[in-house]
Design a protein around this ligand. Sequence first.
Ligand SMILES: Cc1ncc(CO)c(N)n1
Length: 220
Amino acid sequence: MPLFDRLKSDCSADWDAYVRHAFVEQVGAGTLPEAAFRTYLVQDYLFLIQFARAYALAVFKGRTLSEMRSAHAGVKAILDVEMDLHVAFCGGWNLSEAEMEATSEARATTAYTRFVIDAGLRGDLLDLHVALSPCVIGYAEIARRLASETRALDADNPYRAWVAEYAGDAYGEVAAAAVDKLDVLGAELVTEARYPRLKALFAQACRLEADFWQMGLDGA
Ligand SMILES: Cc1ncc(CO)c(N)n1
């Protein structure tokens, strides 16, 4: 079985708790309190700053020019595309980029980002990609489901721009590339002795994603 499918199926309880978290369902229904979304989005801006550093580690750990270039594209997608969404939302609340950047990190933000960076520093490219994968692949899955099964894209849903961004083709391609990369690295590098460690990394990243949603809910 390809590595991503295997990890998702072996960690299905943690995966489902992440992608079906109450925060996500309330975004889809448009019922999430604005204070919860705002807490989440400011923290996610801080998250992306650190996440770009984690992706930069994939440039450093790349074994070929091609791996370095695709990791570089990931860094650019975060710094030049994804963060614009956060800036646009926060502009609507009269919150400047400087104010967002000056906000202190919630513990859930520090915990998740430094966990991923540590996995990459200590391990190889595969460990790093496993720790990164619930993020990119999970958001695409969440947004596509919300777009097709809920009223998430209705004109009166305040979170429709967020759902549209992550359900869009550009983000979908980034997520599909992340699945492919994991499957290719998996075929090359996974041994049965190594697999339990990868599974533990994946499960922990899913739990830290769920904590991140919860941090947003608790902010309301
Ligand atoms: C916490 C978190 N996970 C995943 C993504 C998707 O990039 C994000 N922006 N934030």
